[in-house]
Design a protein around this ligand. Sequence first.
Ligand code: SF4
Length: 238
Amino acid sequence: MEYGKINSIQTLGTLDGPGVRFVVFLQGCPLRCGYCHNPETQDLLGGTSFSSDEIINKAIRYREYFGTNGGITLSGGEPLLQPDFCAEIFEKAHQNGINTCLDTSGCIINEAVERLIDLTDYVMLDIKFTNKQDYKEYVGCSMSVPLEFLQMLQRKGKTVRLRQVIVPTLNDNEENILRLSQIANEFSCVEKIELLPFKKLCKSKYDALNREFLFEKFETPTKQEIAVLQEKLNSSIK
Ligand code: SF4
């Protein structure tokens, strides 16, 4: 039986995938996004150890709330850091008729990750920026990896939702929206793209960790600004 590191669990989430979901936030992430809302999940040494059985037995208790399209979501942190543990949870979810969703940055590709994807019904993939420089500077990985990950999802016939956090002055511009729509139009596996507002509520978490919140200098976009960008994006997707 596989064991893995978990940061926290949300029993009835509505923001992390289709329908109502049992959301497991895994511990550990190899990236360091400037706007990371959950910095306490980054260090793989933290968190609490659980077995895949313990997780699935908890999720089963909420099965009646999942409806037709809800289920279990593995988020983080970065679930791809613990692919065998995640795959075993998804395998057991399927054995119990529970839909599986993965929320990921797509920053790791290997055999174990491919096996995990084979057991995933729905993928939420972050495309954090649409130019190489910003990816390198504000995320800490090459932009080519999540794009290669998206190619793998296309090849495997997965249904994908792309997500991007909008940070004023960094990516709240037409060029970014155009590039995002180009990515969506290039990959038929993408069923929608969701733009999310950058938020600063996590500042206290950085303070508690004695770390500087480097994105404090950026503004939070208004609902209206996000709606305008989302509308532009939707109208340029074929
Ligand atoms: S990928 Fe997610 S968990 Fe990792 S640093 Fe970025 S925002 Fe934080």
